[in-house]
Ligand binder design. Structure first.
Ligand SMILES: [Zn+2]
Length: 136
């Protein structure tokens, strides 16, 4: 059954056995983990680093960006965690997944290689993905 909310739990170490519906957050090790919100039981690890995930918190509500895409597992779940809510996205096409991955890889190599992309190139990448999604 799909979950529509998560409960943040602050821990030092991520436990071996996770409870469904709980988002475990370890600030010490800069990582968060939860079981896939579709209920398939896959453990999702979201490292909280510049090139991976960002955790936003306010008044006990947590959000993770970017979205969580479980592309390596049969469920192919795609959702956002926003203010403790699970916001489900429609299934992405394989082409969109590839495109997203290629973009992420480019972003990572730009970051690690300390090569700054011109801002307009980044903006165009985002705009293109946005247009592809909505005007297909
Ligand atoms: Zn799943």
């Amino acid at each position: 059954m799909k979950s529509h909310s998560v409960r943040p739990m602050y821990v030092e170490f991520i436990p071996k056995t996770l409870e469904y519906g709980v988002l475990y957050i370890s600030k010490k090790f800069r990582t968060a983990s939860h079981l896939c919100c579709c209920g398939c039981g896959t453990k999702i690890v979201t490292p909280l680093r510049e090139t991976e995930y960002a955790l936003a918190e306010h008044a006990g509500l947590v959000s993770l960006t970017p979205s969580i895409g479980n592309w390596n597992d049969p469920c192919q779940s795609h959702y956002w965690i926003k203010d403790n809510r699970v916001v489900w996205a429609g299934p992405m096409t394989k082409a969109e997944i590839r495109q997203g991955r290629a973009y992420d890889d480019a972003l990572k190599s730009a970051y690690f290689g300390k090569v700054a992309w011109p801002w307009w190139q980044q903006a165009w990448g985002w705009l293109k993905r946005f247009l592809d999604k909505f005007f297909r």
